[in-house]
Design a protein around this ligand. Structure first.
Ligand code: SF4
Length: 251
């Protein structure tokens, strides 16, 4: 019998439009994810959560090269972001992260993870890990703390970026909270760490990369699970509690 986690993963995978950028398999795809978090497209509904929209909307942009981004001034970056109709609010943070990237992520940028490669196999410098079918960067807690202190990064942005880079985290924004509360996965009294652990467990049990689960839940929250939930057309209607969505405190 399928678990609830597997059902959630299947519904999100089967009913949302394809997002072939998931799971992230290379450093270049992770950089696209960074761009989506810090410079979402102004054109796409899914821009914040769909890695591939960056590639399709900026096919010839130097923004796709973190070393180019690191070498620009904030003003020059903002000009390029405007040229591609992307949000420029976080141009300073994008420059700081690009600078960090050039120091922490060894070339070649476009290396693709070999699903059969073992961690530390010498496939790249020892800093990169190669779990099957995913790409991530291995950092110590002290290094992640330094990352979170980069200029212009709020706690929420830093968490989203850490996830994009493969860290063991699960961003816990309001939209994802709403989905979890209404389905009874946790409630408003559940502390952040426990809720994040539960979401990570859903990803593991559902057999999906946690980045993919986060992307799907974020899209569901944005398109269907606002202040007034539109359950009839939502992909997750099949895993609602028997009596329907659990009302939030303010409802
Ligand atoms: S089924 Fe309803 S409560 Fe569940 S995520 Fe969709 S809109 Fe929200």
């Amino acid at each position: 019998m399928r678990s609830n986690s597997q059902q959630v993963a299947e519904l999100l995978t089967n009913e949302l439009s394809p997002a072939p950028g998931w799971p992230i398999r290379s450093a270049s795809e992770a950089w696209l994810g960074v761009l989506e978090v810090l410079a979402a497209s102004l054109r796409s509904v899914r821009s914040k959560t769909t890695v591939t929209s960056t590639a399709s909307s900026t096919p010839d942009s130097p923004l796709l090269d973190p070393r180019w981004c690191a070498a620009q001034s904030v003003e020059e970056l903002a000009v390029e972001l405007r040229r591609h109709r992307r949000r420029e609010t976080h141009a300073a943070a994008l420059r700081a992260v690009a600078h960090w990237w050039t120091n922490m992520v060894p070339p070649p940028l476009h290396e693709t993870v070999d699903s059969g490669a073992a961690p530390g196999s010498g496939h790249t410098s020892g800093r990169m890990a190669h779990p099957p079918n995913t790409w991530r960067i291995e950092l110590s807690q002290a290094e992640w703390r330094k990352f979170a202190e980069l200029p212009g990064l709020s706690r929420g942005l830093a968490e989203e970026l850490r996830l994009m880079l493969g860290a063991e985290t699960f961003p816990f924004q309001r939209g994802v909270q709403r989905v979890g509360w209404r389905h009874g996965w946790f409630d408003e009294a559940t502390d952040r760490d426990a809720a994040q652990h539960l979401l990570a467990t859903i990803a593991a049990e559902g057999g999906v990369d946690r980045r993919e689960l986060w992307s799907g839940l974020s899209e569901v929250a944005e398109r269907w699970c606002g202040r007034q939930p539109d359950c009839d057309s939502c992909p997750l209607r099949g895993v609602l509690p028997a009596r329907g969505p659990i009302p939030l405190g303010e409802e």
